[in-house]
Design a protein around this ligand. Structure first.
Ligand code: THU
Length: 161
């Protein structure tokens, strides 16, 4: 038996003002996408914005449903928009922000487990990593080099070959 270790580095910034211009722009776009959120049940509004390799910026937001499991996170709404409008075109960067109507929005949130799986699938099918920019309406910002970093030992189609 051998113990194995999985480590992940990420960059922590003190706020949006300390980001590179392009990253700050995308996080701001994610914040703007929050206004398109439909979250009457959780009151937790999430916005996401993607920069494609061709320079196009696309936005998505969480869309809830009275039948709770039918709701979709902002990240997966955005991935569907990207792959529907620009199939096969890599996403270079993807920013996520949120507004918690019932509490604070001053620290980064990171994608849920299902979204991590979907982000990883996207990376695999277009053969390009997705760099994540995570921040609230204020406060620190985390930058993670690739979505797969958040899903160590994940399952993918290569495992089915
Ligand atoms: N949500 C997202 O859209 N993205 C995340 O990364 C975390 C959670 C949504 C799902 C649900 O509509 C609400 O936030 C509360 O969980």
């Amino acid at each position: 038996m051998q113990k194995q270790l999985i480590q992940v580095y990420f960059d922590e910034y003190q706020g949006i003002n300390t980001l590179k211009t392009q990253d700050a722009f995308l996080l701001q776009a994610a914040r703007e996408a929050i206004t398109l959120s439909y979250a009457p049940y959780s009151k937790f509004q999430v916005g996401a914005a993607a920069r494609l390799i061709n320079g196009v910026i696309l936005k998505g937001s969480n869309q809830e449903n009275a039948s709770f499991p039918a709701g979709l996170c902002a990240e997966r709404v955005l991935l569907s928009i990207c792959s529907s409008l620009y199939p096969g075109i890599p996403i270079i960067d993807l920013a996520v922000s949120y507004h918690n109507q019932l509490g604070e929005s001053n620290k980064p949130i990171s994608p849920c487990g299902i979204c991590r799986q979907s982000l990883t699938e996207y990376e695999n099918i277009v053969n390009h990593s997705i760099r994540l920019i995570l921040g609230g309406m204020t406060g620190k910002v985390f930058i993670i080099e690739k979505a797969t970093d958040l899903l160590p030992l994940g399952f993918s189609f290569t495992d089915m070959k």
